[in-house]
Design a protein around this ligand. Structure first.
Ligand SMILES: Nc1ncnc2c1ncn2[C@@H]1O[C@H](COP(=O)(O)OP(=O)(O)OP(=O)(O)O)[C@@H](O)[C@H]1O
Length: 294
């Protein structure tokens, strides 16, 4: 038996005047999934999310959230927490007042004390929003999005401007929400955060949905790399390599372990020392570079 997807997007299109910002985008997010919607600048991620969040109306296509039209606020809003790229808090309210206000609007039960504690903002509870630092404002955005532990949470570039401790706190809180069954939708330009956490990734480029899959599905089409430098006049290499502008050799391989072994075995036999040796699996960054250049 298949359950209804939490988010179901079918042939979504959005035009801003003549500009076609989202082109025939279709994807689904399942219950309990951590889904990352990634893409180049201006790819259409925020526009797509704004429609799913019920903030914007599509030009054509269908969007369902928990089986409802996302503009049906009463059906959807209590089940969903949103951390937007830019917050819209009133500068004269305190941190605690802001959380209470947004918490009340969400219709979920929780306390300001609890959510401020998650993200180490308790000390700032009485501070006016206008007096918060950029990172503190971002943490306040997160605190309001997770008020009442919603079933579905949108995180739009959540860690921009956060120091390492705050990032760890935020991801720790997200892990906890996931354990309790929340579905997470993330957009970020910190690809490593998506690579480490996302169950599936959708890649957008120039308004269109480019590819979708797990990290390993997306990276397996591109080779891993080995880079190294050799001093003097080395003997013939055992692998096909190209010389890069920094003077290092580059080997591209779909069998990293085998080729690394071949290289090191050759180096030992010939008493050659590969310097500045780096070997790594394909990263999401490489997939990005490959679509960005298309
Ligand atoms: N209100 C608007 N009016 C006109 N064009 C818009 C509007 N909002 C966004 N756009 C354009 O639509 C395209 C997609 O924008 P969007 O913000 O959805 O991209 P994004 O993938 O979130 O980008 P980024 O990674 O840079 O945040 C961009 O070219 C942008 O300039």
């Amino acid at each position: 038996m298949t359950s209804t997807p939490v988010i179901d997007v079918e042939r979504l299109n959005l035009k801003y005047g003549d500009f076609h910002a989202v082109k025939d985008v279709s994807f689904q997010v399942r219950s309990g999934e951590f889904y990352a919607l990634l893409g180049t600048n201006g790819a259409g991620k925020t526009s797509t999310l704004e429609i799913i969040e019920g903030h914007r109306t599509a030009t054509s296509g269908t969007v369902r959230v928990f089986g409802h039209d996302p503009r049906d606020r009463r059906a959807v809003r209590p089940r969903m927490g949103v951390m937007l790229q830019e917050s819209g808090f009133s500068p004269d309210l305190t941190v605690k007042e802001s959380v209470r206000l947004i918490g009340k609007l969400s219709g979920r039960a929780d306390t300001a004390e609890r959510v401020l504690g998650i993200i180490d903002l308790t000390r700032k509870a009485g501070t006016k929003v206008s007096q918060l630092s950029g990172g503190e404002k971002r943490r306040l955005d997160f605190a309001t999005a997770v008020y009442g532990a919603p079933e579905l949470i949108f995180l739009d570039e959540p860690t921009t401007g956060l120091d390492i401790q705050s990032r760890d706190d935020l991801w720790g809180a997200v892990d906890k929400l996931r354990e309790d069954g929340s579905t997470i939708v993330l957009t970020t330009h910190y690809l490593e955060e998506a690579q480490q956490r996302a169950d599936r990734i959708g890649l957008m480029h120039k308004g269109a949905f480019h590819r979708e899959g797990t990290v390993s599905e997306l990276t397996r089409t591109l080779p891993s790399t080995i880079r190294f430098a050799l001093a003097g006049d080395p003997p013939a290499l055992p692998l096909r390599a190209t010389l890069e502008s920094d003077g290092r050799f580059l080997v591209e391989t779909f069998d990293l372990a085998r080729d690394l072994y071949t290289l090191l075995h050759w180096a030992r036999q010939h008493a050659v020392e590969p310097r500045d040796l780096e070997a790594g699996p394909t990263r999401l960054d490489d997939v990005f570079r490959s679509i960005g250049s298309e």
